[in-house]
Design a binder for this molecule. Structure first.
Ligand SMILES: [Cu+2]
Length: 164
């Protein structure tokens, strides 16, 4: 259970939202969505890493593996990243011979299955990272369609490190 830690990050998150004056293309991260108890049963998240943008002001990318050992399917509806303004779920795919990406509303997690968010496939784009963001890790919260959620620490890395 991570209620206390989550409470702290909530305060920080709210402060960052208040400081944001750029009009987001999508609503900012829903603070209310990350309140309440944490840790969805049967869901485990691993190898989470936030790859910082090479150029300041560009989005970063979030990659991870999420396993659903539960008996029923789940749906990943959103991800909250502490220190970011907004996160979009994306899918990369080939369109007319070129790689393109499009936002997806949600990512289905079949029962007894797992989904990998990785470069060139499903992934999350992380917008509005502070220019001086240089933490070694940051808390991320996976928010499911039914309101359950799971938080873990994501490693913070750079493009150079990630391509090794
Ligand atoms: Cu993308």
């Amino acid at each position: 259970m991570r209620q206390t830690l989550l409470g702290t990050s909530l305060v920080i998150g709210l402060a960052m939202l208040a400081a944001c004056d750029r009009a987001p293309e999508q609503p900012p991260q829903e603070q209310s969505a990350i309140e309440g108890p944490d840790g969805r049963e049967g869901i485990s998240v691993g190898d989470a890493r936030l790859v910082l943008p090479l150029v300041e002001g560009r989005p970063g990318a979030l990659y991870l593996t999420v396993a659903n050992d539960g008996a029923s399917a789940a749906e990943l509806a959103a991800i909250y990243v502490e220190g970011a303004e907004r996160v979009e779920l994306h899918e990369s795919r080939m369109e007319g011979g070129a790689m393109a990406m499009a936002a997806v509303d949600a990512i289905p997690l079949p029962a007894a299955g797992s989904v990998v968010l990785e470069q060139g496939g499903l992934h999350a784009m992380v917008f509005g990272l502070a220019p001086d963001f240089d933490a070694d890790s940051t808390e991320i919260t996976l928010i499911f369609a039914d309101g359950d959620k799971t938080s873990i620490e994501a490693r913070v890395t750079t493009v150079a490190e990630a391509s090794n």
